[in-house]
Design a protein around this ligand. Sequence first.
Ligand code: SR1
Ligand code: MG
Length: 414
Amino acid sequence: MGKFDCHFKMEEADAIAYAVEKGFFSEADELVCREIGDGNINYVFRVQNETTGKSIIIKHADIRIRSSQSLADTDHNRIEAEILKLEGELAPGLVPEVYLYDAVMCCMVMEDLKEYQNMRYEMIAHHIYPTFAEDISTFMAQTLMLTTDSVMEAQEKKELVKNFINPALCQITEDLVYTDPYTDCRGKNRLNPDNREFFERELYEDRALRLEAAKLKEAFKSNAQSLIHGDLHTGSIFVKEGATMVLDPEFAFYGPAGYDAGNVVANLIFAWANAEVTMEPGAEQAEFQGWLEKTITEVVDLFAIKSLKILKEHAADVMAQTEGFAEWFIDGILSDTAGIAGLELNRRIVGSAKVKDIAGIEDAEKRAYAERICVLAAKRFIMERTLAYRCGQDYIDTLKAVRDGLAEKERTRS
Ligand code: SR1
Ligand code: MG
């Protein structure tokens, strides 16, 4: 029996042996390997030939989830490899190439995006990426609209629903995004003590908010609308000047299209809130926040425009061609986008899976202030989603109104 004929959790030396065995390098190559993953689920090895610089990425799943060490089935690794290939066809140039998927070792070998940077860290460093809104809106419109019932042949779509059923990772989302922030019924939340009373009042005790979160959870579980990425935060996106790549679709399944758009919007808002409290007021802050405001606005608006165009041009279902249908369909997605942006903001603030943009703010008072901006804006996105937030500027108006309201409160208190 060969070394890789039976699954085990790989270490760096194993990844080198694996890369050679699978023919990516020869025995004679001088190879180095480093585990570079910082996500919650998988292990990510970069194997590189020191002489030529050639490198590959091996993304590997253990039977235990990396962050919690709880047991989980590894099918998400197959889903991720297959989704990346499919997304590569639907949105060419916006995902890395997958060279190989190995169902035994639960790993895939893929293109190394060495020239790219993780977008979350780039946002924390306050770097600007002017083409991001254009790129991500294309990615979302293409992957989400081309996989709807309106566009796809009915039987083919149902085959995809079957193939990408993802119970283990959907369970994580149902708990972390849709339940914990409103109940803490599993006792897993981690509240900043400086905001404990605020969170208890604004999240746990708000029954109207809980009802809206419950409605959104029902839609997440039952609305097989589009083949969604399922975890489209800035840590799943890599950027370089003029280009964007989307990675990590291990949470993919057929769900509400607004889930992806809402995640992008929320994570840009984390970057905005970070800049609000960590940058000195002045030209640099205005430039970075101004770019984020423009980007949030364009992400929403371009996503809607491009999605509508795809539906109008490609709807194959005769009923989906009915006048007014495409507009109604996009309207529902924009409502979900706002609701999910709110849910993602709340869960990253009070839940166990935090984001560095906020959790990494060193000054405790500033961190607490940024958290309050996010939660108060989030509540409005959730509560007003069916009537407002049909264009990107609406998000910015809310953000600024919340920020100014909080600042005014602080002023009158002091
Ligand atoms: C246990 S997984 C925690 C979070 O990390 C992933 O990136 C997803 O966002 C998930 O909710
Ligand atoms: Mg991930």
